[in-house]
Design a protein around this ligand. Structure first.
Ligand code: ZN
Length: 233
């Protein structure tokens, strides 16, 4: 009799597969090529392991490969990716708002918890957290990508501009040292900052954050997005 009830574990991919699907979803969303080499780098897994896992994922219908190289999510894979990303982002908010976990720590903690949340609890979290469109780092929940559409990476701003920090890309969220630096220096979503200097030949820029001047390198700056403030008068 128990066999007749399909448990969540049977419908959902394993935590490892969920991690792969989430990374692929973000790559597809950003119109980056989804190939094994990039997955290995992003997931910090050895390339042969990625190859084996991808074969299994294709067999189970989460992904399809084209010309043996380019990978795309199937409808089923896409739905599973959206689900785990939503659970991750809602968990980040829960940790930040209810447990007061520091902003720079919620991502890593949510990575552990996201896989164990049931659909029912996810629905309750969404309602209790007032249906957020963005995670605490400003990345859009699946379905709300349009909210972030007009924000520009800091590598694209100009000296003298007034901007509001809106988003720290998922790629940067995986770097705890960077998140801690940004938190300590007030470069978090909602912060109003001025652009002092942009030096492309030097691959650096500097920002006025409150009374402090903060320098960033382009490799970091390209993962931080801001909204340009309209000039008044
Ligand atoms: Zn986040």
């Amino acid at each position: 009799m128990a066999q007749m009830i399909k448990t969540q574990a049977e419908i959902r991919p394993t935590p490892t597969i969920e991690d792969y699907l989430a990374v692929m979803y973000v790559m597809e969303r950003d119109e980056d090529e989804v190939i094994a080499a990039r997955l290995a780098e992003s997931l910090e897994v050895a390339p042969p392991t990625v190859t084996v896992t991808l074969k299994r994922m294709e067999r189970d219908g989460w992904i399809a490969t084209e010309q043996g190289k380019n990978i795309r999510l199937t409808d089923k894979g896409c739905a599973a990716a959206r689900s785990v990303i939503s659970r991750h982002m809602l968990t980040e908010w829960m940790l930040a708002r209810m447990l007061k976990v520091p902003w720079s720590r919620v991502h890593a903690e949510a990575d552990q918890i996201e896989h164990t949340i049931s659909d029912e609890i996810e629905t309750q979290m969404r309602a209790n957290l007032d249906d957020p469109q963005l995670c605490p780092h400003g990345n859009p929940l699946p379905g709300y990508e349009y909210v972030a559409a007009d924000w520009v990476p800091l590598t694209g701003v100009l000296p003298g501009e007034k901007i509001t920090i809106r988003r720290i890309h998922e790629t940067a969220e995986d770097n705890p040292d960077l998140l801690e630096f940004l938190e300590k220096n007030g470069i978090v979503p909602g912060a109003a900052v001025g652009v002092i200097e942009v030096l492309p030949f030097n691959q650096t820029l500097s920002l006025q954050v409150g009374d402090e001047k903060v320098a960033l390198g382009f490799p970091t700056a390209r993962y931080i997005y801001a909204e340009r403030m309209k000039d008044e008068g």
